[in-house]
Design a protein around this ligand. Sequence first.
Ligand code: HEM
Length: 416
Amino acid sequence: MTAPDGGAKPALRDDLLEPEVNHDPYPFFARLREEDPVHYSEAHRGWLVSRYDDVAAALVDPRLSSDRVRPLLEKLPEERRRTAGPVMELISEWMVVTDPPAHTRLRKLATKAFHPRKFVAMEGRIRELVDQSIDEFVASGERDLVAGIAFPLPATVISELIGAPIEDAERFKDWSQDLALVAFGAGGEVRADRHARAEASIEEMLDYFGDLIESERRQPGGGNLIADLVAGDDDDVLSDEEIKGMCALFLFAGHETTTTTITSAVKLLIENPDQMEILRGDPKAAGKTVEEVLRVEGAIKVLHRWVIEDVELRGKRIEAGERVLLLPAAANRDPEKFVDPDRFDITRSPNPHLGFGKGIHACIGAMLARIEMRVAVAAIVERLPGLRFAEPEPTFEWAPSLAARALTTLEVEHDA
Ligand code: HEM
């Protein structure tokens, strides 16, 4: 391979967890799209798929299965299965890691609980929660926007939707972090006792959901998410275990992703003062701003699938039993699909990004997330004039993660 300047290009490094790539994956994604859009990665023992059309098609291809936790669970040594057992069992039942017909059933019952009306009705309350955390952020002199504003919001919102008393919102934040520790496998550096503590805390969370379910059964009509899940539909109901699992999934799937996107929105707006100006002049542009953030700095870099029937992709034969890593973060910057794809442009329209996935597993919480993010981003920009990076300019720390694109902190200053 020869570079445009005549020099030899370095070989394509393909480990997404390499610190340099984790910090800024986009040059690597650009090379993948151009040089080897369906690339076998030794590091990940799977196929990296990076072009928009391929990722979009793969997300609706039934030969690519989402059932990816149960096979791992079945391979776990007996000893590990006993310790990780109940939590891994729970995760393996999540609809996000099931295929039809199990997925179809769970999704139908969950959709009933995720009625858009509910979220629209909650917008005022979300605004109140955002205003409250901005008040506290300003009064405390706190600089980290993640800890002060972006992190607390989604867990509080989901705890209220589930029907938990307000004083328990704090516990949801802890549970969510512990859930991430277990669901993401929590790497080697995490000590075993921390892992075990996380599992104990998740057991506590499941008992807590169990109590809410019981109280809904005793006195039906709570009007919250648990009530909808308990009620089921005309032909089917969820078991208590399934309801607990679903609540845990909603907390897990909706927390870090929403936090991250709010944080990335603020980072991108500070880096692009012209776009910040547009938004300050037209707060209604917050919705489109959020879509553009989901495109250029989406919270999910990788979506895993297992091939269950041989497929051919751009001339490459991928066999049943192999793993595919779909890269929405690469697809969303594909120049074949988006003009000037690396440019952050909050007026971009249309913006058919894949930040919420596509097909049967497309994010069920997208509407709720969009409201939370739109309200938060608009309020942050409106209420924190002179918003800028703290001095000295922070070195941005991206969580070392294969799947997630998440800033761990974002230190800012403002003139409020
Ligand atoms: C910015 C915020 C969010 C982003 C970027 C995001 C992204 C995604 C993506 C990419 C998927 C597809 C997964 C796949 O195909 O394997 C997904 C699925 C899902 N999301 Fe979200 N999500 C967000 C917020 C939320 C929220 C707030 C909730 C719930 C409260 C939620 C609940 C779910 C669930 C339950 C699924 C699985 C759906 C299924 O398997 O049918 N998400 N999300």
